[in-house]
Ligand binder design. Structure first.
Ligand SMILES: NC(=O)c1ccc[n+]([C@@H]2O[C@H](COP(=O)([O-])OP(=O)(O)OC[C@H]3O[C@@H](n4cnc5c(N)ncnc54)[C@H](OP(=O)(O)O)[C@@H]3O)[C@@H](O)[C@H]2O)c1
Length: 362
């Protein structure tokens, strides 16, 4: 499976270099908007039909909630519309009138096409969020299928939920570099460190750009850092598990690492903003702030001293990792003037885990 994907990846690169207008991916993204597209007319929510892939997931559920609030008619794809795990979507305000769940798998083009045909826009959030190498294919082929289906359905715009993982994984970056939307993760580094999630997302995003250019799809990408906040769904997703593990006693130390955080409501808001703003183009980093893991556990311990939160770093040898510099200027310039503070993200995540019964109440 993996060798097939590596072949797919090298073929993609060959295609990028041989057949597209521009020699680099960033130039491709620039050209994609400035040369080959007329800007999208301002979106009017009422009467618009949009598809959200992986609608039952953490981010997508908040996005569906926001889209319904704004008056959109939403088609949410889930693997099985009758699965009880999707019930929270049916309870959202406006769901009865304007939400339909479609059964679709990322590897099944026809199921995606049936969900997307007749839509004005697509939000592609579905993806395995895991370092399992066996799941790499789903992220990449799924994205390819969604862009193909969106092209055939002639939708107005596709918003793809990518990740900071497609941007920051580069060991050769100087500490003075400000990480912005022009940066790309190094695929060899992702492979060598077995970071299959970042590998899959990077190839998926590159595939999306190449296919959008080839098929004339208006694509805009959101690249969030780690997303926190209250859960609408019953299950625990990977980014919320990142917090949960520090409260259950399952980890005794914290790692010497840094991570950027953003509230799930801000991520949903950013998706809507880039969809509705005609001048939006390219990629948008979406993050509030960056913390060392030591700072994260300190905040947790201040809010929730009753849990067995680790106090020691597992690395007593190396200097404390420093946050890298990043820019959210592009998203701010588009109108995202405020982000929910990271302390509130952390607090609301834990309260939600308690309310949903995932964490014992003190
Ligand atoms: N959370 C973060 O910190 C974060 C940060 C940056 C980017 N992102 C991106 O945001 C998106 C959503 O992530 P999330 O945190 O909301 O994760 P999540 O809750 O795990 O949601 C992922 C969704 O994708 C669906 N999915 C996975 N494989 C599928 C397949 N083969 N066919 C159909 N659906 C499939 C899942 O459905 P099932 O439940 O049926 O598996 C689930 O609904 C992902 O693209 C992720 O890479 C997340």
């Amino acid at each position: 499976m993996l060798s097939h994907l590596l072949w797919f990846h090298s073929t993609l690169h060959l295609a990028l270099h041989q057949s597209l207008l521009s020699p680099t991916l960033n130039a491709l993204i620039y050209n994609h908007f400035h040369l080959s597209k007329m800007p999208l007319a301002a979106a009017v929510a009422s009467g618009q039909i949009v598809c959200v892939t992986g609608a039952g997931g953490f981010i997508a559920s908040w996005l569906v909630k926001l889209l319904l609030q704004k008056g959109y008619t939403v088609r949410g794809t889930v693997r099985n519309p009758d699965d009880r795990k999707n019930d929270h979507l049916k309870e959202l305000d406006g769901a009865e009138e304007r939400l339909t769940l479609y059964g679709a798998d990322l590897l099944d083009f026809d199921s995606l096409k049936a969900s997307i045909i007749g839509c004005d826009g697509v939000f592609h959030t579905a993806s395995p969020v895991t370092d399992d190498p066996e799941k790499v294919e789903q992220a990449i082929i799924g994205t390819k299928n969604v862009i193909m289906a969106a092209a055939e359905a002639k939708v107005r715009r596709v918003v793809f939920t990518s990740s900071i993982g497609t941007i920051h994984m580069n060991p050769n970056r100087s500490p003075d570099t400000v990480v912005d939307e022009s940066c790309w993760s190094d695929l060899d580094f992702c492979k060598n460190t077995k970071n299959w999630y970042c590998y899959a997302k990077t190839v998926a995003e590159q595939t999306a750009w190449a296919m959008a250019e080839e098929k004339g799809v208006d694509l805009v990408v959101v690249n969030p850092m780690l997303v926190l906040g209250p859960l609408l769904q019953q299950t625990i997703n990977a980014s919320v598990a990142h917090i949960m593990k520090y409260l259950t006693g399952s980890v005794k130390t914290y790692v010497n690492a840094v991570q950027g955080y953003v509230h799930v409501k801000d991520v949903a808001k950013a998706h809507l903003l880039v969809y509705e703003t005609p001048s939006a183009f390219g990629r948008y980093i979406c993050v509030e702030t960056m913390l060392h893991r030591g700072e994260l556990v300190e905040i947790l311990a201040k809010f929730f001293p009753e849990y067995p939160i680790p106090t020691k770093c597992s690395d007593q040898v190396n200097p404390k990792k420093k946050p890298y510099k990043f820019s959210v200027k592009k998203l701010k310039d588009l109108g995202m003037d405020q982000f929910i503070p990271v302390k509130q993200c952390i607090y609301e995540t834990v309260k939600s885990l308690q309310e949903k019964g995932h964490l014992p109440l003190p």
